[in-house]
Write a new protein. Structure first.
Length: 264
């Protein structure tokens, strides 16, 4: 009995206090935790950067986008909505540009894109295939003239204000008209606030025809009305410089969706 007890005690003394299997499990657990920590840190930084951009991008890659009979070459950071930042055919594309620079988003200028108090320094463009034969200036006599109140008043910067009658789609709107430097008629629809400080970022809108068959609807704050001539010339030149006739007209399977912005 004593010999047997001595043998057991000898085996206990020779047995390791921590087994090899336990060491392997602990080591693997540490490695897994370390990998998870690195992954979480990387994802956190990547997601944080994406979240801080709030849908904007600084990417200056040029995307070729075809709308009907027109092909546009646009930098990604000028395209307002992320799903539209891809080359190929599209029903429409929406841009936002700083005024007067006519440049897209950058971190250095992020406040002018995100701060509502500075939103008057942005111009919004929506480009789609033309659905009407006349642009806004061309619709003044055949359409708008019959919807306006009698009389007009002079406005700053050489414009004239005409008020719409109460009619669906025109409530609270005014039509401002003028003459461009080349003699062409100019018309723009605005919702003019009673208090200038309460102007919105896009309470004036105008559409023009550019390129082969493109309608450019652009919107800006009524605080910029003093620059109406410069804005119209700059917007037209901006689109013309970045558009050309498409090699082959593109027919979309689905018709364009109705815009949520004011029109006609």
């Amino acid at each position: 009995m004593q010999a047997g007890a001595s043998g057991i005690e000898a085996e206990d003394e020779q047995a390791p206090l921590i087994s090899t299997r336990f060491l392997i499990v602990v080591t693997l657990s540490v490695l897994i935790l370390a990998a998870a920590s690195v992954a979480i840190s990387w994802f956190g930084r990547a997601y944080g950067e994406r979240l801080s951009l709030a849908g904007h991008t600084e990417d200056s890659e040029i995307l070729d986008i075809t709308i009907g009979r027109d092909q546009l070459s646009l930098t990604a950071n000028t395209i307002r909505f992320e799903p539209q930042r891809q080359a190929g055919s599209a029903e429409r594309v929406d841009l936002y540009l700083l005024w007067p620079e006519l440049t897209g988003y950058s971190v250095a200028q992020r406040r002018r894109f995100d701060d509502l108090s500075l939103s008057h320094s942005l111009i919004f463009l929506q480009m789609s295939q033309s659905t009407m034969s006349r642009d806004m200036s061309g619709r003044v006599e055949p359409i708008y003239r019959h919807l306006l109140e009698p009389g007009s008043t002079a406005a700053p910067a050489g414009l004239t204000i005409h008020h719409f009658r109460s009619a669906p789609g025109y409530e609270g709107e005014s039509l401002l008209t003028g003459t461009l430097p080349g003699g062409e008629a100019y018309a723009i629809r605005c919702i003019l606030p009673d208090i200038p400080e309460s102007t919105g970022s896009s309470d004036c809108q105008r559409d023009i025809h550019v390129g082969e068959d493109l309608t450019v609807l652009y919107r800006f704050s009524s605080r910029l009305l003093q620059d109406w001539q410069a804005i119209d010339i700059a917007v037209r030149a901006y689109v013309e410089d970045r558009s050309r006739a498409a090699s082959a007209p593109v027919t979309l399977k689905n018709p364009p969706k109705a815009s949520t912005t004011r029109s006609s």
